[in-house]
Write a protein that binds this ligand. Sequence first.
Ligand code: PR8
Length: 482
Amino acid sequence: MASESQQVTSLEKFSNFTEWFDQLLLNAKIADNRFPVKGFLVYLENGAYIMERIRRMLEEKLEKTGHKLTLFPLVTTQELFAKEAEHIKGFSREVFTIEQKSEKGAERILIVRPTSETIMYPMFKLWIRSHADLPLKVHQSVNVYRYETKATRPLYRVREIPWNEAHTAHESPSDAERQVREAIEIYSQVLRELGISFLLLKRPDFDKFAGAVYSIAFDSWNPDGRVNQVATVHNLGRNFSKAYDITFEKKDGSRGYVYQLCYGFGYSRVLAAIIAQHGDDRGLVLPPPVAPTQVVIIPILFKGQEKEVMDYANKIFNELKDKWRTVLDDREDVTPGEKFYYWEMMGVPVRIEVGPREVIEEKVTLTRRDTLERTQCNRLNVSREVERLMESLMQNLRERSERMLYQLIIDAKTMEEASKAIDNKCIARIAWCGSIECAEKIKENVGGEIRGERYDIAEHPDRPCIACGQTAKTIVYVARAY
Ligand code: PR8
């Protein structure tokens, strides 16, 4: 068994992230950002494919846990939109509207969903009668539209947002809390299966979702130091049920407002995280569950032996094609070297080369994309070997990404240390007293925002607030964000 390991660098990705990312989007057929309406992206064959795979992974888990698939309209009225006061405050400057003119010339403005609370909840009011209708759990994968005022960035901050949103209603606060844990588990599982590592953070009150009691966010790391919020879970308490009058008859015959949650999973941001966390200077490195091509077979042709090699390559192809998305790259006008380069950029997890030597020895040579390590195996074992490599690659992606996350976290005891951490494209871990004044001071002096405290583990401050020197209430993470 021959083995040769090579160092794959990610220098370009870390030193010049934006350029690296933008070029890769086009070269690897992920997305084209040149559409003439700002913030609206064209998803190319690989980008659209990967997002579709992510969608299926998520929806399968949502449906297994009793979330019913629904499809709600794109629009709502201004009156319905304005019912929950905090929500309208949060979103009013970001909405796209449609002008609707009747034949008589009367005008009506419709609001295009920036999210669907105000579209779904008037219907929840009609559907929910008694405790027997609860919990109600629905979800949909749709585009929502936000006139983002922050600078747009392809995949990270778009104005047409492809996402899945789930909305639930419950009879008690404890059932709503149970649902928070279920939602977190579902999102964590999908992200884990994609090897994406993240901080699970409870957002500070000043940064929670408009209308929520509290918000939990999944902040994934990014090579340029800006965290990428790929998903969020919001506990809405009874804020919306009171505004939209969603009540139910309790077991004891009295009536009460339902407790609600909404949670969202940003498909384009998860795609960005896959590219950004796993990619290297040669291009994409795709997790097998979402790779459009999982195995590529490249025949190495020598004059006079073309037929033997092609027959052999076809045999391997037939052995693999039902189990893995396999391509036999038999282009005649492209050299094997050029093919290697192309498929490496495309992030194909496993490459198989077969040449005259492999034919004679009844072997194949395999290269895994994450480490570019080469191995050989007997032709008869190829299917098993591919499976082993896929598992090992996936585990390595997960571990490598997790290691990087913890390398990027800098425990900062002073403003200077925190500021230096942010300048060095890291995430600062600091002690904070909880006051808005100090949060503002930190933002100003450090150059990053307080993203929140860990939700998955309890972290107790062992030092005073970094800004005022008073007793700290909590340990929080500070970073720049998209
Ligand atoms: C909600 N209501 O709306 P959220 N570009 C790309 N992805 C985005 C963008 C953007 N401009 N804005 C948001 N996302 C709740 C929960 C129904 C669902 C993605 O929550 O405003 C982010 O990944 O927190 C974000 O975490 C997710 O949508 C949910 O958005």
